[in-house]
Design a protein around this ligand. Structure first.
Ligand code: ADP
Length: 502
């Protein structure tokens, strides 16, 4: 069955891609995306990208000029802008130009810093067209003008425009903007920045990108193999050890050097391996304990029965009682094992009711007193009366019996066991204390585990398969009750639990 399942899983896994390929494909995909973006931006969209940058540069300059036109340092600003951004600037104060009385005033500004500047070679008709376009745009108006197109162009009103010498070929980004100064003067601003042809650059970039593409594909290939190898190596190692663990080799230890996640996985597996080996050990011990515990009463029963059969004078009530007691011991052991498995599988649901735990304690202690007085055991009870709780009475009684049975089994030579009931902060706390050897701190958490029994501590008691405390833990956890043990070696132990009062 298990073999079949394993083969089925292996078959399913064969369809899955190995980690190396996954990483390789992701890296390759990422590289392809990067290259695509590079190709698009460096070649296909380079021209429009370049023009956009130019437009934003030139409109930025225009807005700086418009804002500072009345500033006394305007000439310095203009010179700086022209030099830094390699632009030609022309400003006309239209109000002064049309006014004969203001002829003395400065009619404009002119920075002709480029050798083939276009705006300084425009005819008046072109200038007025740009003026109208700017008025229409209501802000900065930009246009790409080719120096060649100015040559011999006929425009609507019949004038034949001849390009003035000096305007070089090639395209320029031209901006026109109309704005007013503080005193209401109307200005026309013309800006011109040369557009460098990008075709030659694109060609160079294509050659360069071809090399980069080849290089990046090779690098992605190498890198993905390297990363996949680095990542997969510890996982493969863990996998090999996990297979050994599955085969029952609990000595397999996992190391997850390199990455936090793999380290955590290795730690979890180490923990699981430790737990598995412990459970296996405990289970082996349980079989040994239970067979010992079963064998003793069975030997007694068969021994006594044989004696009673063969020797008529031994056929008396006393011997029959021994057989009955041993048979009870057997059935209580079997019941405990069954109880625990029922509790752990969750088959059994708690039968919650309201009851007085103080009264339950009194009855229990009284029963134990009667039962054990002959053997010299002394049991004291400190009770503070009624204490009503909302719980499964039968199960809580079982917890108390397990604590009490252990206390009687492990108590000291004085055979003293004390039971205390303490009420505080809406809770009732029950303590069962003995005067025995106590429990060493390193074992204190383990005693609640199933089948756990301190080595050498196994005295033959009424119970004793290392299950009692495990049942108590299950019951108390189902009740969401706090519980624990306070114990010092040589000074006895106090087992306790707390339930909410109603
Ligand atoms: P057992 O049936 O062996 O008593 P339990 O689950 O009740 O199993 O207890 C588990 C182990 O815890 C015991 O084997 C014993 O070593 C330890 N233990 C329990 N109660 C006491 C106690 N009162 N004093 C010392 N050791 C105890």
């Amino acid at each position: 069955m298990a073999q079949n399942k394993k083969q089925k899983i292996l078959k399913q896994q064969r369809h899955l891609q190995p980690l190396r390929w996954r990483i390789f494909l992701y890296l390759l995909g990422f590289t392809a995306l990067l290259l695509l973006l590079l190709w698009l931006f460096q070649t296909v969209y380079l021209d429009s990208f370049y023009r956009r940058v130019k437009i934003s540069e030139i409109t930025g300059a225009a807005s700086a000029i418009a804002h500072n036109i009345d500033n006394e340092n305007i000439l310095t600003t203009l010179d700086r802008l022209a030099a830094e951004r390699e632009m030609c600037i022309q400003i006309f104060n239209l109000s002064v130009m049309g006014d004969s009385e203001r002829q003395e005033e400065i009619a404009g500004y002119d920075a002709d810093v480029l050798p083939d500047c276009l705006i300084h070679h425009l005819s008046l008709i072109e200038v007025s067209r740009l003026y109208n376009s700017a008025l229409e745009a209501g802000g900065p108006y930009t246009e790409v003008i080719n120096g060649n197109d100015l040559h011999g162009r006929i425009i609507e009103n019949g004038f034949f425009i001849i390009r003035r010498p000096g305007a070089g070929p090639g395209e320029s980004m031209v901006l026109s903007q109309v704005f007013n100064g503080v005193n209401g003067d109307e200005f026309l601003l013309l800006l011109d920045s040369k557009l460098q042809p990008v075709n030659a650059t694109v060609h160079t970039l294509r050659v360069q990108l071809t090399f980069i593409t080849a290089l990046m594909v090779v690098t992605a290939l190498l890198l993905s193999f390297f990363i996949a190898w680095r990542l997969a190596a510890p996982i493969t190692r863990i996998n090999i050890r996990a297979k050994r663990l599955a085969a029952g080799d609990f000595s397999a230890s996992f190391d997850g050097q390199g990455y936090r996640e793999i380290g955590e996985l290795a730690e979890t597996l180490n923990y699981a391996a430790g737990e598995l080996s412990r459970t296996e050990r405990l289970q082996r011990e349980l079989v040994a304990n239970i067979s010992h515990d079963l064998r003793t009463p069975l030997t007694m029963i068969s021994g006594y029965a044989e004696v009673m059969r063969d020797l008529p004078q031994e056929n008396n009530a006393e011997n029959a009682q021994v057989i009955i007691d041993e048979a009870r011991r057997l059935s209580s052991l079997v019941n405990e094992v069954l109880d625990l498995s029922k509790l752990q599988s969750g088959v059994e649901i708690l039968k919650i009711e309201d009851f007085d735990i103080g009264e339950l304690l009194e009855i229990l202690v009284e029963n134990y007193r009667r039962l054990l007085a002959a053997e010299g055991y002394n049991i004291s009870l400190e009770s503070c009366g009624e204490a009503w709780v909302h719980a499964d009475k039968k199960r809580i009684e079982q917890v108390l019996c397990n604590f009490l049975n252990n206390a009687f089994t492990y108590t000291g030579a004085d055979k003293q066991v004390s039971v205390r009931q303490i009420i505080s902060a809406q809770k009732v706390r029950i303590e069962v204390a003995d005067s025995g050897q106590g429990i060493a701190p390193e074992h204190i958490n383990e005693i609640w585990q199933r089948y756990y029994r301190l080595e050498g501590a196994h005295k033959r008691a009424a119970h004793g398969a290392g299950i009692g405390l495990s049942i108590a833990r299950q019951v108390l956890e189902q009740h969401k009750a706090d519980y624990g043990v306070e114990s010092k070696e040589g000074l006895g132990s106090i087992f306790w639990f707390e339930l909410a009062l109603i």
